[in-house]
Design a protein around this ligand. Structure first.
Ligand code: RP5
Length: 164
């Protein structure tokens, strides 16, 4: 196994079923990743230690998923220069709007690239991470080009199936 270049950080194990959708994408592209559970509120020291050491360990991009008062991605972004992608989890009380706003509303200088709420955000977080890696990795760039071509081909095929 090559050294992980992507770290996927979950606020809780309850986020895993949603984030598995994104992990599948990384696996499909055969990109190794580190998967950890840590909470900005319940285990701040773990978050601090991870974020301060991630770049030195060879991580290039962090995906952080959290729900509710979802400060995990923002706290990680405050502690590292690595790009941080936030995935807001769907919640039962506010349908994930709480997670979305607390992930996206970052102050100037500490951005979090915030995806859509839930599974579609989880999948796009992985695509976005691959796009970042693809800036310097020709193999990933080529595979992303092929992936985008497949998306286009699917749309064209749907048009052909239309019966008016
Ligand atoms: C957040 O609180 C987690 O990211 C999770 O989405 C939410 C609920 O966590 P659990 O109570 O299920 O551990 O920190």
């Amino acid at each position: 196994m090559t050294k992980p270049r992507v770290a996927v950080i979950l606020g809780s194990d309850s986020d895993l079923p949603t984030m598995e959708e994104g992990l599948k994408v990384l696996k499909d592209f055969k990109v190794s990743f580190e998967l950890r559970i840590m909470s900005a509120h319940r285990s701040p020291d773990l978050v601090h230690d991870f974020a301060r050491s991630a770049e030195k360990k060879g991580i290039k991009v962090v995906i952080a998923a959290a729900g509710g008062a979802a400060h995990l991605a923002g706290v990680i972004a405050s502690l590292t220069r690595l790009p941080v992608i936030g995935v807001p989890m769907e919640t039962s009380s506010l349908s994930g709007m709480d997670s979305l706003l607390s992930t996206v509303q970052m102050p100037y200088g500490v951005p979090v690239a915030t995806m859509a709420i839930g599974k579609s955000g989880a999948r796009n977080a992985s695509i976005f991470a691959l796009q970042i890696l693809g800036l310097t990795d020709k193999k990933i760039a080529g595979e992303l080009n092929a992936f985008k071509k497949r998306l286009e081909a699917d749309v064209i095929a749907k048009n052909k199936k239309l019966k008016l």
